[in-house]
Design a protein around this ligand. Structure first.
Ligand code: NA7
Length: 642
């Protein structure tokens, strides 16, 4: 039997090297690794225990003294373990594991969550979301076409390959990564901790930062692609323009546009859309946009040929991308003017720009299950709790300020964090404290760099609307010209126009986006009646504003899709589509639920979640544990198979 891949690589480090490594590890995580290594839960039953939980607070608020005690204990045990040749620890019982979960997060972990967490953590070394089916071998039809090779398209490829189902991935870019290929703007980094923001079955002990920058993320996806043998299945620089279902043959005709200008038609038995929701840049129709004399570009199409040194830059938009760009370029430019339409809520994350120390990397590589527990530690505080802070209490007095007591507490905490950084500057406070309830838009995070940037003398935050753009710069609604040599549009994406500009024509030639109009929907966010063998990843109703990670959701979706495909092959069915009643019921329930949450509040005026009518169709209002449960096993009763 081969060693559990999470049991750590045996080591021969000297005592001094171990001492050194233990200096920067997460102590609570270390103690749990020791429970594995000794099989002795007494280690966590004494007074050494975390004192509290907060997202990305990985020391559990342990005092320095307690941390030292833990290191001393660990040193002795690790020396003994090393001297014994680092034997693979025996599996722990389910009860002990549950106890360890609750110990680490200082609160009950309801039974309902345990199977989901066990799967996510893979303590048994088994990738439970890989179906390990041989049924794909019976695939006697054209391949499956996957549109897009970002994190979800690559995942689709990995799972299809495991199942033996032939497939081809079409990717418009020249490389893998999607968002992480395109968004090369200065400062681009992920805002979900990387030891969780990676495939559950492909952890990495190589992250150099806790929230890695774009090049490292892109490299991660490229390395997974290579290791899993997916590269040869990808047609790069090939954009899918659309796909049309042929009722006669029961296949999709996928129209692809290649880099050499040629257009091809490819037959596919099923189509998986993995195009994401935040992929097509939104360039606002500001009068005079084309009159600007200098270079201008969108954050996702950064022009690295433009040297910003000594330039006057106007950045329009300050959401997640703008928050990262401004601190990264402020030093270099002569002057930076930021147009921010709406102030953003943010929460403190001291680790946001921190490097992963060598000790942490050593622990991830060598200490049994350290990486697994670290993953859990980042996952749990962001798993479903945010949903409660987002739920509207209809009796709460002033919904413009807060939608519930817990939402009000969140507001106070976020406000305190902002005020603590701006040295009593009331003018700035008025500009940067949002006038809508906390978490009402996608909540950002920061380690202080955004507000520090705003207090620089060469940076100006404008909270006025834009009247027009002219050759020399941007004119605000009060008529002031803000001179610019370069304009950066950090104005987000066409987030409500799902699948734009794809033309997907289903049974009877129905156009999917026309049918959706402003209200895209899919059963479980995945399937649509009238569109046989068409599956969405990160489809309508599955974007996450309250927690988790899109990779987690993708893994749920892909397991479900794979089950659907295997059911087709096994049952000898040509096609499947969801029953209209299942779809309608899901859509109605999802819409009713989303209206009970803060994102739908009228007080949140501008938000990329909302369509022109103020409705939200892209976001998931559901707990992760529910979505995980619903997608775990496809119920073929929900489908018409033929
Ligand atoms: P976002 O978060 O949608 O931010 C876009 C920003 O652009 C935001 O400040 C918008 O203001 C602003 N914006 C958009 N249109 C306009 C117009 N017409 N005039 C002025 N300002 C405008 O996109 P990002 O690229 O920053 O981040 C996207 C996601 O990437 C993010 O949520 C993460 O999931 C990762 P608003 O706030 O709407 O008033």
């Amino acid at each position: 039997m081969s060693r559990n891949p999470h049991a750590g690589v045996p080591f021969e480090a000297s005592d001094a090297e171990i001492v050194e490594a233990l200096k920067d590890v997460s102590i609570p995580t270390l103690l749990l690794s020791l429970v594995h290594l000794t099989g002795d839960p007494a280690i966590i039953r004494g007074d050494l225990r975390p004192a509290g939980l907060f997202l990305n607070e990985v020391q559990g608020y342990l005092s320095e003294e307690d941390q030292e005690r833990a290191r001393a204990l660990a040193l002795d045990l690790l020396i003994a373990y090393r001297d014994a040749g680092c034997p693979e620890p025996a599996p722990l019982g389910a009860e002990v594991v549950h106890e360890m979960m609750e110990w680490l997060v200082c609160e009950p972990v309801p039974d309902q969550y345990v199977p989901m967490l066990m799967e996510e953590m893979e303590l048994d070394g088994r990738d439970a979301r890989a179906l390990r089916s041989t049924r794909g071998a019976a695939w006697d039809r054209p391949p499956v076409a996957v549109i897009g090779c970002g994190e979800s398209g690559l995942l689709a490829g990995i799972r299809l390959k495991e199942a033996g189902i032939p497939f081809v991935i079409f990717e418009k870019n020249a490389g893998v990564g999607g968002t992480w290929w395109e968004n090369t703007y200065p400062g681009a980094r992920v805002d979900v901790g990387n030891h969780f923001y990676c495939y559950s079955f492909e952890p990495s002990d190589q992250w150099t930062e806790f929230f890695a920058r774009q090049p490292e993320l892109q490299a991660y996806f490229a390395s997974v692609m290579d290791r899993r043998g997916i590269t040869e299945h990808i047609a790069f620089s090939t954009e899918v323009a659309g796909a049309t279902w042929d009722d006669e043959t029961g296949t999709w005709n996928v129209e692809v546009h290649r880099a050499d200008g040629s257009i091809g038609q490819v037959a596919a038995s099923a189509v998986i859309s993995a195009v994401g929701q935040l992929n097509r840049p939104n360039l606002p129709e500001i009068p005079g946009r084309d009159a600007f004399a200098g270079p201008s570009f969108h954050s996702a199409q950064w022009d690295h040929g433009v040297d910003l040194a000594g330039k006057r830059v106007v950045m329009i938009g300050a959401g997640a991308s703008g928050f990262q760009i401004a601190p990264a370029i402020a030093e270099e430019v002569e002057h930076l003017t930021i147009f921010q339409r709406t102030a953003q809520w943010m929460f403190p994350n001291p680790n946001y720009h921190e490097a992963v120390g060598p000790g942490v990397r050593w622990a991830l590589r060598h200490l049994p299950f350290y990486g697994r527990w670290y993953r859990f530690l980042i996952f749990w505080p962001g798993c479903d709790k945010g949903l409660e802070a987002a739920r509207v209490d209809p009796a709460y007095p002033d919904p413009q300020v807060a939608v519930s007591e817990i939402n009000d507490l969140t507001r106070q905490m976020f406000t305190d964090w902002i005020l603590s950084q701006i040295d009593g500057d009331d003018e700035l406070a008025a500009k940067v404290i949002p006038d809508y309830p906390a978490t009402g838009k996608r909540t950002l995070q920061d380690n202080g760099s955004w507000l520090r940037t705003l207090t620089r003398p060469d940076v100006e935050l404008i909270r006025l609307g834009i009247d027009h753009i002219e050759a020399g710069g941007v004119v605000d609604v009060e008529g002031t010209l803000h001179p610019a040599d370069v304009i950066v549009f950090a104005t987000g994406f066409k987030a409500t126009e799902l699948l734009w500009p794809l033309e997907i024509r289903g049974s009877g030639g129905v156009d999917l986006r026309e049918m959706w109009g402003d209200r895209p929907a899919a059963y479980l966010g995945i399937t649509v009646p009238g569109f046989p063998n068409f599956f969405c990843m990160y489809g309508p109703g599955t974007n996450l504003a309250h927690g988790g990670s899109l990779i987690f959701h993708s893994e749920c979706q892909m397991r479900y899709i794979e089950q659907c495909l295997l059911a087709l092959a096994e049952g000898g069915h040509r096609q499947m589509e969801p029953r209209r009643e299942a779809y309608d019921d899901w859509h109605q329930r999802t819409q009713a639920e989303i209206k009970t949450l803060v994102w739908s509040q009228p007080s949140v005026r501008h938000s990329f979640f909302k369509n022109a009518a103020g409705e939200i169709h892209g976001l998931s209002p559901w707990r992760l544990v529910d979505y995980w449960g619903w997608t775990r096993q496809v119920d073929l009763e929900d489908y018409v198979m033929s």
